[in-house]
Design a protein around this ligand. Structure first.
Ligand code: GLN
Length: 552
Protein backbone atom coordinates (compact mmCIF):
# COMPACT_ATOMS: atom_id res chain seq x y z
CA UNK A 1 0.00 0.00 0.00
CA UNK A 2 1.38 3.41 -0.87
CA UNK A 3 1.74 5.87 2.01
CA UNK A 4 -1.31 8.09 1.63
CA UNK A 5 -0.48 10.36 4.54
CA UNK A 6 0.06 13.93 3.54
CA UNK A 7 3.36 15.36 4.66
CA UNK A 8 3.31 17.98 7.39
CA UNK A 9 3.69 21.54 6.14
CA UNK A 10 5.71 24.15 8.01
CA UNK A 11 5.02 27.85 8.34
CA UNK A 12 7.76 30.03 9.82
CA UNK A 13 6.75 33.40 11.15
CA UNK A 14 9.56 35.94 11.55
CA UNK A 15 9.40 39.56 12.60
CA UNK A 16 11.17 42.65 11.43
CA UNK A 17 11.61 46.39 12.11
CA UNK A 18 10.63 46.44 15.80
CA UNK A 19 9.56 44.02 18.50
CA UNK A 20 6.06 43.85 20.00
CA UNK A 21 4.33 43.79 16.62
CA UNK A 22 2.07 40.99 17.77
CA UNK A 23 3.83 38.09 16.10
CA UNK A 24 2.29 35.77 18.65
CA UNK A 25 -1.21 36.92 17.83
CA UNK A 26 -0.45 36.78 14.09
CA UNK A 27 0.80 33.19 14.44
CA UNK A 28 -2.17 32.26 16.60
CA UNK A 29 -4.55 33.84 14.08
CA UNK A 30 -3.02 31.83 11.24
CA UNK A 31 -3.51 28.77 13.43
CA UNK A 32 -7.15 29.70 14.03
CA UNK A 33 -7.85 30.07 10.32
CA UNK A 34 -6.30 26.71 9.51
CA UNK A 35 -8.26 25.01 12.29
CA UNK A 36 -11.39 26.74 11.00
CA UNK A 37 -10.68 25.10 7.65
CA UNK A 38 -10.63 21.68 9.24
CA UNK A 39 -6.83 21.31 9.26
CA UNK A 40 -4.91 20.09 12.28
CA UNK A 41 -2.20 22.40 13.57
CA UNK A 42 0.54 22.61 16.18
CA UNK A 43 2.25 25.86 17.11
CA UNK A 44 5.77 26.29 18.38
CA UNK A 45 7.64 29.31 19.72
CA UNK A 46 11.37 29.94 19.55
CA UNK A 47 12.75 32.26 22.20
CA UNK A 48 16.30 33.41 21.58
CA UNK A 49 17.24 34.14 25.21
CA UNK A 50 19.70 32.06 27.22
CA UNK A 51 17.33 31.28 30.10
CA UNK A 52 16.39 27.62 29.85
CA UNK A 53 12.76 28.58 30.43
CA UNK A 54 10.98 31.72 31.61
CA UNK A 55 10.04 30.11 34.94
CA UNK A 56 12.62 32.07 36.89
CA UNK A 57 12.30 35.37 35.02
CA UNK A 58 10.58 38.36 36.55
CA UNK A 59 7.14 39.01 35.09
CA UNK A 60 8.42 42.54 34.42
CA UNK A 61 10.99 41.08 32.06
CA UNK A 62 8.87 38.61 30.32
CA UNK A 63 5.21 38.99 31.20
CA UNK A 64 3.26 36.04 32.46
CA UNK A 65 4.66 32.53 32.64
CA UNK A 66 2.21 30.33 30.79
CA UNK A 67 1.86 26.80 32.16
CA UNK A 68 1.07 23.95 29.79
CA UNK A 69 -0.99 20.87 30.51
CA UNK A 70 2.20 18.79 30.86
CA UNK A 71 3.66 21.27 33.33
CA UNK A 72 6.14 23.34 31.32
CA UNK A 73 6.72 26.98 32.25
CA UNK A 74 6.61 28.76 28.93
CA UNK A 75 6.30 31.97 26.99
CA UNK A 76 3.01 33.83 27.15
CA UNK A 77 2.54 33.50 23.39
CA UNK A 78 1.64 29.86 23.98
CA UNK A 79 -1.40 31.19 25.79
CA UNK A 80 -2.43 33.03 22.63
CA UNK A 81 -1.91 29.85 20.62
CA UNK A 82 -4.16 27.86 22.94
CA UNK A 83 -6.84 30.53 23.16
CA UNK A 84 -6.98 31.06 19.41
CA UNK A 85 -6.66 27.48 18.16
CA UNK A 86 -8.18 25.64 21.13
CA UNK A 87 -5.32 23.14 20.78
CA UNK A 88 -3.22 22.46 23.86
CA UNK A 89 0.49 23.13 23.65
CA UNK A 90 3.15 21.13 25.47
CA UNK A 91 6.72 21.25 26.69
CA UNK A 92 7.91 20.75 23.11
CA UNK A 93 6.05 23.88 21.99
CA UNK A 94 8.53 26.34 23.50
CA UNK A 95 12.16 26.17 22.46
CA UNK A 96 14.64 28.58 24.04
CA UNK A 97 18.26 29.17 23.06
CA UNK A 98 19.15 28.27 26.66
CA UNK A 99 17.30 24.96 26.39
CA UNK A 100 18.96 24.12 23.09
CA UNK A 101 22.45 24.96 24.37
CA UNK A 102 21.77 23.05 27.56
CA UNK A 103 20.97 19.90 25.59
CA UNK A 104 23.99 20.25 23.33
CA UNK A 105 26.40 21.01 26.18
CA UNK A 106 25.10 18.08 28.22
CA UNK A 107 25.73 15.86 25.22
CA UNK A 108 29.21 17.27 24.83
CA UNK A 109 29.99 16.55 28.50
CA UNK A 110 28.84 12.97 28.02
CA UNK A 111 31.34 12.62 25.21
CA UNK A 112 28.69 12.08 22.55
CA UNK A 113 30.57 14.18 20.00
CA UNK A 114 33.54 11.80 20.10
CA UNK A 115 36.15 14.50 20.40
CA UNK A 116 34.74 16.70 17.63
CA UNK A 117 34.51 20.47 17.88
CA UNK A 118 30.99 21.47 18.86
CA UNK A 119 29.75 24.49 16.93
CA UNK A 120 26.69 26.69 16.43
CA UNK A 121 26.48 25.35 12.88
CA UNK A 122 25.78 22.44 12.66
CA UNK A 123 25.27 21.31 16.28
CA UNK A 124 23.03 24.06 17.63
CA UNK A 125 21.14 24.44 14.36
CA UNK A 126 20.67 20.66 14.10
CA UNK A 127 19.23 20.57 17.59
CA UNK A 128 16.81 23.38 16.68
CA UNK A 129 15.70 21.52 13.54
CA UNK A 130 15.31 18.40 15.64
CA UNK A 131 12.86 20.26 17.90
CA UNK A 132 10.76 21.23 14.88
CA UNK A 133 10.68 17.63 13.65
CA UNK A 134 9.75 16.53 17.15
CA UNK A 135 6.69 18.74 17.32
CA UNK A 136 5.59 17.55 13.87
CA UNK A 137 6.04 13.90 14.77
CA UNK A 138 4.44 13.94 18.18
CA UNK A 139 1.42 15.87 17.01
CA UNK A 140 1.01 14.32 13.55
CA UNK A 141 -0.62 17.44 12.17
CA UNK A 142 -1.24 18.98 8.75
CA UNK A 143 0.58 22.19 9.55
CA UNK A 144 3.17 23.26 12.12
CA UNK A 145 3.41 26.99 12.67
CA UNK A 146 6.75 28.11 14.14
CA UNK A 147 7.07 31.61 15.51
CA UNK A 148 10.64 32.85 15.69
CA UNK A 149 10.95 35.24 18.62
CA UNK A 150 13.04 38.38 18.36
CA UNK A 151 13.58 40.57 15.36
CA UNK A 152 15.46 39.77 12.18
CA UNK A 153 18.88 41.38 12.54
CA UNK A 154 19.30 40.48 16.24
CA UNK A 155 22.47 38.56 17.02
CA UNK A 156 20.47 36.22 19.26
CA UNK A 157 18.04 35.11 16.57
CA UNK A 158 20.70 34.04 14.09
CA UNK A 159 20.98 30.32 14.94
CA UNK A 160 17.20 30.02 14.78
CA UNK A 161 16.99 31.79 11.43
CA UNK A 162 19.81 29.66 10.10
CA UNK A 163 17.94 26.53 11.22
CA UNK A 164 14.74 27.53 9.45
CA UNK A 165 16.71 28.56 6.38
CA UNK A 166 18.09 25.02 6.24
CA UNK A 167 14.81 23.34 7.10
CA UNK A 168 13.47 23.06 3.51
CA UNK A 169 16.42 20.76 2.77
CA UNK A 170 14.86 18.25 5.19
CA UNK A 171 11.23 18.46 4.10
CA UNK A 172 11.18 20.12 0.67
CA UNK A 173 10.78 23.80 -0.15
CA UNK A 174 7.20 23.33 -1.26
CA UNK A 175 6.32 22.15 2.24
CA UNK A 176 7.67 25.31 3.85
CA UNK A 177 6.34 28.82 3.91
CA UNK A 178 8.05 31.91 5.28
CA UNK A 179 5.84 34.69 6.58
CA UNK A 180 7.47 37.94 7.62
CA UNK A 181 5.71 40.42 9.88
CA UNK A 182 6.78 44.04 9.69
CA UNK A 183 5.70 47.53 10.58
CA UNK A 184 4.57 50.18 8.11
CA UNK A 185 4.59 53.31 10.24
CA UNK A 186 2.50 56.39 9.57
CA UNK A 187 4.57 59.55 9.72
CA UNK A 188 2.15 62.26 10.74
CA UNK A 189 3.91 65.39 9.47
CA UNK A 190 4.54 63.76 6.08
CA UNK A 191 1.00 62.40 6.08
CA UNK A 192 2.32 59.11 4.71
CA UNK A 193 2.77 55.44 5.44
CA UNK A 194 6.45 54.56 5.14
CA UNK A 195 7.57 51.32 3.52
CA UNK A 196 11.32 51.79 3.91
CA UNK A 197 11.67 49.89 7.23
CA UNK A 198 9.85 46.94 5.66
CA UNK A 199 12.16 47.09 2.67
CA UNK A 200 15.23 47.00 4.91
CA UNK A 201 13.87 44.18 6.97
CA UNK A 202 12.99 42.04 3.95
CA UNK A 203 16.49 42.69 2.62
CA UNK A 204 17.99 41.62 5.93
CA UNK A 205 16.00 38.40 5.80
CA UNK A 206 17.12 37.77 2.22
CA UNK A 207 20.72 38.47 3.17
CA UNK A 208 20.62 35.47 5.51
CA UNK A 209 19.05 33.37 2.80
CA UNK A 210 15.31 33.49 3.48
CA UNK A 211 12.96 34.84 0.83
CA UNK A 212 9.54 35.51 2.37
CA UNK A 213 6.44 34.03 0.72
CA UNK A 214 4.19 36.54 2.42
CA UNK A 215 4.75 39.88 4.10
CA UNK A 216 2.26 40.86 6.78
CA UNK A 217 2.33 44.58 7.42
CA UNK A 218 1.21 46.04 10.71
CA UNK A 219 -0.09 49.56 10.29
CA UNK A 220 -2.59 51.88 11.87
CA UNK A 221 -4.93 51.91 8.88
CA UNK A 222 -5.37 49.57 5.91
CA UNK A 223 -2.68 49.66 3.22
CA UNK A 224 -3.64 51.28 -0.07
CA UNK A 225 -3.25 49.27 -3.31
CA UNK A 226 -0.23 51.45 -4.24
CA UNK A 227 1.59 50.74 -1.00
CA UNK A 228 0.84 47.06 -1.35
CA UNK A 229 2.25 47.09 -4.87
CA UNK A 230 5.35 48.93 -3.77
CA UNK A 231 6.07 46.39 -1.02
CA UNK A 232 5.26 43.51 -3.39
CA UNK A 233 7.77 44.88 -5.90
CA UNK A 234 10.73 45.00 -3.57
CA UNK A 235 9.78 41.74 -1.84
CA UNK A 236 9.44 39.94 -5.21
CA UNK A 237 5.89 38.89 -4.40
CA UNK A 238 2.46 39.14 -5.96
CA UNK A 239 0.47 42.04 -4.46
CA UNK A 240 -1.96 39.53 -2.92
CA UNK A 241 0.91 38.19 -0.80
CA UNK A 242 1.27 41.55 0.93
CA UNK A 243 -1.17 41.48 3.80
CA UNK A 244 -2.52 44.52 5.56
CA UNK A 245 -2.76 43.78 9.27
CA UNK A 246 -4.26 47.05 10.39
CA UNK A 247 -4.99 47.85 14.03
CA UNK A 248 -8.16 46.43 15.53
CA UNK A 249 -9.73 47.13 18.92
CA UNK A 250 -10.01 43.48 19.89
CA UNK A 251 -7.31 40.84 19.27
CA UNK A 252 -9.96 38.21 18.54
CA UNK A 253 -10.80 40.12 15.37
CA UNK A 254 -7.35 39.49 13.89
CA UNK A 255 -8.27 36.09 12.37
CA UNK A 256 -11.23 37.81 10.71
CA UNK A 257 -8.98 40.50 9.25
CA UNK A 258 -6.55 37.83 8.03
CA UNK A 259 -9.43 35.96 6.47
CA UNK A 260 -10.55 39.07 4.59
CA UNK A 261 -6.99 39.59 3.44
CA UNK A 262 -6.89 36.05 2.04
CA UNK A 263 -4.13 34.74 4.34
CA UNK A 264 -5.57 31.23 4.70
CA UNK A 265 -6.30 31.08 0.98
CA UNK A 266 -2.68 31.87 0.15
CA UNK A 267 -1.43 29.22 2.57
CA UNK A 268 -3.75 26.51 1.35
CA UNK A 269 -2.89 27.36 -2.27
CA UNK A 270 0.83 27.42 -1.72
CA UNK A 271 0.77 24.03 0.00
CA UNK A 272 -1.73 22.58 -2.45
CA UNK A 273 -3.96 21.53 0.45
CA UNK A 274 -7.59 20.76 -0.12
CA UNK A 275 -9.48 22.35 2.73
CA UNK A 276 -13.04 23.48 3.29
CA UNK A 277 -13.79 27.21 3.53
CA UNK A 278 -13.23 28.42 7.08
CA UNK A 279 -15.98 28.04 9.63
CA UNK A 280 -15.74 31.32 11.53
CA UNK A 281 -19.30 32.01 12.58
CA UNK A 282 -18.63 31.57 16.27
CA UNK A 283 -15.72 34.02 16.05
CA UNK A 284 -17.75 36.55 14.15
CA UNK A 285 -20.41 36.41 16.79
CA UNK A 286 -17.79 36.81 19.54
CA UNK A 287 -16.56 39.97 17.86
CA UNK A 288 -20.13 41.21 17.47
CA UNK A 289 -21.00 40.54 21.06
CA UNK A 290 -17.92 42.43 22.17
CA UNK A 291 -18.88 45.39 19.97
CA UNK A 292 -22.47 45.47 21.13
CA UNK A 293 -21.80 45.06 24.85
CA UNK A 294 -23.33 47.88 26.88
CA UNK A 295 -22.90 47.15 30.53
CA UNK A 296 -19.46 47.32 32.11
CA UNK A 297 -18.25 45.50 35.19
CA UNK A 298 -15.26 46.86 37.03
CA UNK A 299 -12.96 44.19 38.38
CA UNK A 300 -10.24 45.26 40.79
CA UNK A 301 -7.18 43.15 40.15
CA UNK A 302 -4.86 43.34 43.13
CA UNK A 303 -1.30 42.37 42.37
CA UNK A 304 2.27 43.53 42.52
CA UNK A 305 3.07 43.64 38.81
CA UNK A 306 0.16 45.87 37.88
CA UNK A 307 2.30 48.25 35.84
CA UNK A 308 2.77 45.58 33.20
CA UNK A 309 -0.57 44.15 32.19
CA UNK A 310 1.13 41.26 30.36
CA UNK A 311 2.17 39.92 33.75
CA UNK A 312 -1.43 38.74 34.19
CA UNK A 313 -2.28 38.12 30.56
CA UNK A 314 -4.22 34.86 30.85
CA UNK A 315 -6.20 36.28 33.77
CA UNK A 316 -7.27 39.37 31.86
CA UNK A 317 -8.07 37.30 28.78
CA UNK A 318 -10.17 34.89 30.86
CA UNK A 319 -12.10 37.88 32.23
CA UNK A 320 -12.74 39.02 28.67
CA UNK A 321 -13.92 35.55 27.67
CA UNK A 322 -16.42 35.62 30.51
CA UNK A 323 -17.52 39.07 29.40
CA UNK A 324 -18.13 37.82 25.85
CA UNK A 325 -20.44 35.20 27.27
CA UNK A 326 -22.35 37.62 29.47
CA UNK A 327 -22.47 40.27 26.73
CA UNK A 328 -20.78 42.86 28.93
CA UNK A 329 -17.46 44.66 29.04
CA UNK A 330 -14.85 44.18 31.71
CA UNK A 331 -12.83 47.08 32.89
CA UNK A 332 -9.85 45.99 34.94
CA UNK A 333 -8.83 48.35 37.70
CA UNK A 334 -5.19 47.48 38.37
CA UNK A 335 -4.49 47.98 42.04
CA UNK A 336 -0.99 47.79 43.43
CA UNK A 337 -1.13 45.67 46.58
CA UNK A 338 1.76 47.62 48.07
CA UNK A 339 0.03 50.98 48.03
CA UNK A 340 -3.25 49.54 49.21
CA UNK A 341 -2.43 49.71 52.89
CA UNK A 342 -1.32 53.32 53.00
CA UNK A 343 -3.91 55.06 50.93
CA UNK A 344 -7.57 55.33 51.85
CA UNK A 345 -8.40 56.29 48.27
CA UNK A 346 -7.18 52.92 47.07
CA UNK A 347 -9.28 51.11 49.64
CA UNK A 348 -12.33 53.11 48.59
CA UNK A 349 -11.73 52.15 44.99
CA UNK A 350 -11.60 48.54 46.02
CA UNK A 351 -14.77 48.73 48.05
CA UNK A 352 -16.62 50.16 45.05
CA UNK A 353 -15.46 47.45 42.62
CA UNK A 354 -17.98 45.00 41.20
CA UNK A 355 -15.55 42.18 41.84
CA UNK A 356 -12.13 41.66 43.40
CA UNK A 357 -9.58 39.28 41.95
CA UNK A 358 -6.27 38.30 43.51
CA UNK A 359 -4.13 36.37 41.03
CA UNK A 360 -1.06 34.17 41.55
CA UNK A 361 2.23 35.48 42.84
CA UNK A 362 5.44 34.73 44.63
CA UNK A 363 7.31 36.50 47.43
CA UNK A 364 6.17 38.56 50.37
CA UNK A 365 5.93 42.02 48.86
CA UNK A 366 2.40 43.41 49.07
CA UNK A 367 0.99 40.48 51.02
CA UNK A 368 -0.66 42.54 53.76
CA UNK A 369 -2.37 44.68 51.13
CA UNK A 370 -3.77 41.55 49.54
CA UNK A 371 -5.05 40.31 52.89
CA UNK A 372 -6.83 43.63 53.32
CA UNK A 373 -8.33 43.26 49.84
CA UNK A 374 -9.65 39.77 50.60
CA UNK A 375 -11.14 41.08 53.84
CA UNK A 376 -12.89 43.92 52.06
CA UNK A 377 -14.35 41.41 49.58
CA UNK A 378 -15.50 39.02 52.29
CA UNK A 379 -16.96 41.60 54.65
CA UNK A 380 -18.34 43.86 51.92
CA UNK A 381 -19.98 40.93 50.10
CA UNK A 382 -18.10 41.84 46.93
CA UNK A 383 -17.60 38.88 44.55
CA UNK A 384 -14.11 37.48 45.07
CA UNK A 385 -12.01 35.21 42.94
CA UNK A 386 -8.69 34.10 44.37
CA UNK A 387 -6.19 32.23 42.26
CA UNK A 388 -3.28 30.30 43.71
CA UNK A 389 -1.68 32.96 45.93
CA UNK A 390 -5.14 34.56 45.92
CA UNK A 391 -6.48 31.41 47.57
CA UNK A 392 -3.69 31.28 50.11
CA UNK A 393 -4.41 34.92 50.97
CA UNK A 394 -8.12 34.19 51.40
CA UNK A 395 -7.29 31.32 53.77
CA UNK A 396 -4.87 33.41 55.85
CA UNK A 397 -7.38 36.27 56.02
CA UNK A 398 -10.15 33.94 57.17
CA UNK A 399 -7.86 32.33 59.71
CA UNK A 400 -6.89 35.71 61.18
CA UNK A 401 -10.22 37.47 61.25
CA UNK A 402 -12.81 34.71 61.59
CA UNK A 403 -11.12 31.59 62.95
CA UNK A 404 -9.28 33.47 65.69
CA UNK A 405 -5.76 32.64 64.52
CA UNK A 406 -4.05 35.94 64.98
CA UNK A 407 -0.96 36.37 62.84
CA UNK A 408 -1.87 33.44 60.60
CA UNK A 409 0.18 33.43 57.43
CA UNK A 410 1.95 31.35 54.86
CA UNK A 411 5.43 30.23 55.89
CA UNK A 412 6.56 31.56 52.52
CA UNK A 413 6.09 35.07 53.94
CA UNK A 414 6.46 34.52 57.67
CA UNK A 415 8.41 31.41 58.64
CA UNK A 416 7.75 32.16 62.34
CA UNK A 417 3.98 32.60 62.13
CA UNK A 418 2.11 31.05 65.09
CA UNK A 419 -0.51 29.74 62.63
CA UNK A 420 1.13 28.46 59.45
CA UNK A 421 -2.14 27.91 57.60
CA UNK A 422 -0.19 27.68 54.34
CA UNK A 423 3.00 25.64 54.46
CA UNK A 424 5.21 23.22 52.58
CA UNK A 425 4.17 19.58 52.89
CA UNK A 426 6.41 17.59 55.26
CA UNK A 427 7.86 15.60 52.36
CA UNK A 428 8.53 18.80 50.42
CA UNK A 429 10.60 20.18 53.27
CA UNK A 430 13.03 17.32 52.90
CA UNK A 431 13.65 18.00 49.24
CA UNK A 432 13.41 21.79 49.43
CA UNK A 433 17.16 22.17 48.87
CA UNK A 434 16.93 20.41 45.55
CA UNK A 435 14.57 23.06 44.25
CA UNK A 436 12.35 20.52 42.58
CA UNK A 437 9.30 21.14 44.68
CA UNK A 438 7.12 23.19 42.39
CA UNK A 439 3.86 21.53 41.49
CA UNK A 440 3.34 22.15 37.79
CA UNK A 441 0.78 21.25 35.18
CA UNK A 442 -2.62 19.61 35.11
CA UNK A 443 -3.76 17.48 38.02
CA UNK A 444 -7.16 16.03 38.85
CA UNK A 445 -9.30 17.93 41.32
CA UNK A 446 -12.22 16.33 43.13
CA UNK A 447 -15.13 18.69 43.62
CA UNK A 448 -17.24 17.96 46.66
CA UNK A 449 -21.01 17.62 46.50
CA UNK A 450 -23.28 20.46 47.60
CA UNK A 451 -20.75 23.11 46.83
CA UNK A 452 -20.89 26.07 44.54
CA UNK A 453 -17.83 25.02 42.61
CA UNK A 454 -19.26 21.58 41.89
CA UNK A 455 -22.43 23.20 40.58
CA UNK A 456 -20.65 25.62 38.36
CA UNK A 457 -18.31 23.05 36.83
CA UNK A 458 -21.09 20.47 36.63
CA UNK A 459 -18.51 17.71 37.04
CA UNK A 460 -17.16 15.69 39.95
CA UNK A 461 -13.56 15.58 38.73
CA UNK A 462 -11.86 18.31 36.74
CA UNK A 463 -8.31 18.79 35.47
CA UNK A 464 -6.72 22.13 36.08
CA UNK A 465 -3.18 23.46 35.84
CA UNK A 466 -0.95 24.29 38.79
CA UNK A 467 2.15 26.30 39.51
CA UNK A 468 2.92 26.55 43.19
CA UNK A 469 4.89 25.15 46.10
CA UNK A 470 2.84 25.81 49.21
CA UNK A 471 -0.36 24.06 50.32
CA UNK A 472 -3.08 24.54 52.90
CA UNK A 473 -1.74 23.05 56.13
CA UNK A 474 -3.71 19.92 57.02
CA UNK A 475 -2.95 20.40 60.72
CA UNK A 476 -5.03 23.59 60.74
CA UNK A 477 -7.59 22.62 58.12
CA UNK A 478 -10.24 21.26 60.50
CA UNK A 479 -10.06 24.41 62.57
CA UNK A 480 -10.63 26.54 59.49
CA UNK A 481 -13.50 24.35 58.40
CA UNK A 482 -15.18 24.49 61.82
CA UNK A 483 -14.97 28.27 61.60
CA UNK A 484 -17.00 28.12 58.37
CA UNK A 485 -14.45 27.99 55.54
CA UNK A 486 -15.73 25.42 53.11
CA UNK A 487 -13.13 23.20 51.44
CA UNK A 488 -15.02 22.42 48.26
CA UNK A 489 -12.33 20.83 46.12
CA UNK A 490 -9.36 18.66 46.94
CA UNK A 491 -6.91 16.29 45.31
CA UNK A 492 -8.58 12.91 44.75
CA UNK A 493 -6.95 11.55 47.95
CA UNK A 494 -8.22 14.67 49.80
CA UNK A 495 -4.76 15.54 51.07
CA UNK A 496 -4.38 18.77 49.12
CA UNK A 497 -6.88 21.60 49.32
CA UNK A 498 -7.75 22.79 45.81
CA UNK A 499 -10.76 25.07 46.26
CA UNK A 500 -12.28 26.94 49.17
CA UNK A 501 -15.52 28.88 49.19
CA UNK A 502 -17.76 30.80 51.52
CA UNK A 503 -21.40 30.03 51.76
CA UNK A 504 -23.85 32.87 52.18
CA UNK A 505 -21.59 35.25 50.24
CA UNK A 506 -22.61 36.45 46.76
CA UNK A 507 -19.49 34.78 45.33
CA UNK A 508 -16.34 33.95 47.24
CA UNK A 509 -14.37 31.17 45.59
CA UNK A 510 -10.64 30.65 45.54
CA UNK A 511 -8.62 27.92 43.90
CA UNK A 512 -5.09 26.64 44.33
CA UNK A 513 -5.03 25.88 40.61
CA UNK A 514 -4.98 28.40 37.76
CA UNK A 515 -8.28 28.24 35.87
CA UNK A 516 -7.19 31.06 33.55
CA UNK A 517 -4.86 28.84 31.53
CA UNK A 518 -7.72 26.77 30.18
CA UNK A 519 -10.10 29.59 29.41
CA UNK A 520 -11.06 30.01 25.75
CA UNK A 521 -12.92 32.86 24.08
CA UNK A 522 -15.74 30.51 23.15
CA UNK A 523 -15.62 28.62 26.44
CA UNK A 524 -14.71 30.80 29.42
CA UNK A 525 -13.26 29.05 32.44
CA UNK A 526 -16.21 28.24 34.75
CA UNK A 527 -14.79 30.15 37.74
CA UNK A 528 -14.33 33.28 35.63
CA UNK A 529 -17.74 32.85 34.03
CA UNK A 530 -19.50 32.76 37.40
CA UNK A 531 -17.31 35.42 38.97
CA UNK A 532 -18.10 37.92 36.20
CA UNK A 533 -21.74 36.83 36.33
CA UNK A 534 -21.84 37.59 40.05
CA UNK A 535 -20.05 40.91 39.52
CA UNK A 536 -22.76 41.89 37.02
CA UNK A 537 -25.51 41.50 39.56
CA UNK A 538 -26.49 44.64 41.42
CA UNK A 539 -24.92 44.62 44.88
CA UNK A 540 -26.84 42.74 47.51
CA UNK A 541 -28.98 40.72 45.08
CA UNK A 542 -28.63 37.03 44.66
CA UNK A 543 -28.79 35.30 41.32
CA UNK A 544 -32.26 33.91 42.07
CA UNK A 545 -33.64 37.36 42.85
CA UNK A 546 -32.13 38.84 39.71
CA UNK A 547 -33.25 36.13 37.32
CA UNK A 548 -36.23 37.06 35.10
CA UNK A 549 -38.14 34.01 36.38
CA UNK A 550 -38.44 35.39 39.89
CA UNK A 551 -39.41 38.89 38.82
CA UNK A 552 -42.29 37.75 36.63
N1 GLN B 1 3.76 31.57 46.11
C1 GLN B 1 2.71 30.62 46.26
C2 GLN B 1 3.22 29.19 46.25
O1 GLN B 1 4.31 28.93 45.82
C3 GLN B 1 1.64 30.82 45.21
C4 GLN B 1 2.11 30.54 43.81
C5 GLN B 1 1.21 31.13 42.76
O2 GLN B 1 0.35 31.93 43.07
N2 GLN B 1 1.42 30.79 41.53
O3 GLN B 1 2.54 28.29 46.67
Amino acid sequence: MPDTRRPTRFIFVTGGVVSSLGKGIASASIGRLLVARGLSVALQKFDPYINVDPGTMSPYQHGEVFVTEDGAETDLDLGHYERFTDVNTSRASNVTAGGVYHTVIRRERRGDYLGGTVQVVPHITDEIKQRIHLIAQTNDVDVVVVEVGGTVGDIESLPFLEAIRQFPVDVGRRNCMFIHLTLVPYIGHAGELKTKPTQHSVNELRRIGIAPDMVVCRSEGALSPEIRRKIALFASLGAESVVSAYDVDNIYKVPLVFRDEGVDELIVEQFGLSAAPPELQAWQSLARRADEAQETVRIALVGKYVKLEDAYLSVSEALRHAAFLHGCRVEIDWIDSETLLGEDGERERLARADGILIPGGFGGRGIEGKITAARIAREGEIPYLGICLGMQIAVAEYARHVAGMEGANSTEFDPETPFPVIDLLPEQKEVADLGGTMRLGADPVKLHTDTRVRDLYGEAVIYERHRHRYEVNNLLRRRLESAGLRVSGTSPDERLVEVVELQGHPFFVASQFHPEFKSRPERPAPLFREFVGAALLPAGRSEAEASPASTS
